[in-house]
Write a protein that binds this ligand. Structure first.
Ligand SMILES: Cc1cc2nc3c(=O)[nH]c(=O)nc-3n(C[C@H](O)[C@H](O)[C@H](O)COP(=O)(O)OP(=O)(O)OC[C@H]3O[C@@H](n4cnc5c(N)ncnc54)[C@H](O)[C@@H]3O)c2cc1C
Length: 309
């Protein structure tokens, strides 16, 4: 594809600019994107799409890709939760009124176990500030704070970049002066994968009702090596929350790796529930009287989830 063709495709297909890009490390980044159109109204927890043309360069060290000439002119899009800086540059709580961008928290998928070549993240990780992208004009999703009542305990459990929507929702609860305790736990492989750690620590120091619980599975760093399921069954989660996991007064939000979430299959005819193995968080919580949402609109329980794949 000639440079003129690339220029023409970019002009025609892109509608937003990267205004900030911070690599937490080579495979993890926080990126802010300013749309050419007014930032769409949305709720914390929702997502939109980012897209780039197959003609764009890819980060090095990713699974090899073979494209047909037809593929080259297409745009690949994926869903991304909207994240939140939580703090402004002045150290106060972030004020969106002073900004015109959306923040995203993205991990580089270098290769897929199932053989499908990851198309978008290798290209997103070749971006720099000032580059253009395609931003979906519609912000969507039912993973929001709607079911939370004033005074409820709120527990966010995320894996990796699954903390993105939780950061936005936790910020919203702090902004509202939510009266109940808020625990935001994030499970990653290594401590270096905790891109918002210092922000959370500062906020937890300032807001007595807010706690951040970082968990690492591959190294004993910030905590011992541990999975989210372990801190629930071992009772540590309640200790950190400072309250019992009471189904009548608690909402749990689960985001990221489907294995952590463990969405069951519910047989409509018999009502039988089959949980996946290894055991996910939904099975542990439902054994304690919680009930997970059945689908976005069918049944709203007190365990809400967003699977990233
Ligand atoms: C509603 C929704 C919101 C999402 N929000 C985010 C977000 O905020 N940040 C983000 O990094 N991703 C997010 N994702 C995942 C994102 O849409 C892409 O799937 C991901 O960026 C990989 O794209 P790709 O084209 O490079 O690889 P794909 O070809 O799409 O590869 C998908 C594979 O990559 C792996 N994978 C996908 N996402 C992740 C992840 N976050 N962490 C670890 N492994 C992953 C899985 O093995 C999955 O099978 C979200 C997905 C959904 C459905």
């Amino acid at each position: 594809m000639s440079p003129e063709e690339v220029q023409e495709l970019r002009a025609r297909r892109y509608n937003a600019t990267v205004v900030y890009l911070k690599k937490v490390h080579s495979d993890l980044m926080v990126v802010r994107v300013r749309p050419d159109f007014p930032r769409p109204a949305h709720h914390p927890g929702q997502y939109c799409t980012l897209g780039l043309g197959y003609w764009e360069p890819r980060a090095e060290g990713c699974q090899a890709e073979v494209l047909t000439p037809d593929d080259r002119a297409k745009v690949v899009r994926r869903a991304y939760s909207i994240s939140c800086p939580m703090e402004g540059d002045d150290g106060n709580l972030y004020d969106p009124a002073g900004t015109d961008w959306l923040e995203f928290y993205i991990v580089l998928v270098r290769e897929n176990a199932d053989g499908r070549v990851p198309a978008l993240t290798p290209r997103l990780f070749a971006l720099k500030e000032g580059d253009r992208v395609q931003l979906g004009e519609k912000i969507a999703g039912h993973y929001t704070l709607d079911p939370v009542r004033p005074g409820d305990a709120v527990v966010f459990l995320g894996t990796g970049t699954g903390e993105a929507p939780h950061n936005y929702m936790a910020w919203e609860l702090l902004r509202r002066g939510h009266a109940g305790p808020v625990l935001n736990a994030c499970c990653v492989r290594y401590a270096r994968d905790l891109g918002y750690l210092e922000t959370h620590r500062r906020l937890a120091g300032r807001y007595p009702g807010y706690k951040y619980l970082p968990l690492t599975t591959r190294e004993a760093a910030v905590t011992r090596k541990v999975y989210i399921q372990d801190v629930i069954t071992g009772g540590e989660l309640e200790e950190h929350l400072g309250a019992k996991l009471d189904p009548d007064r608690t909402h749990v939000f689960l985001c990221g790796n489907p294995k952590m979430i463990g969405v069951p299959v519910r047989d409509k005819a018999t009502g039988a529930v089959t949980y996946p193995h290894p055991q996910g968080v939904i099975e542990i919580l439902e054994a304690r009287g919680f009930r997970a949402d059945v689908s976005a609109t069918k049944f709203k329980g007190n365990v809400h989830f967003e699977e990233y794949w």
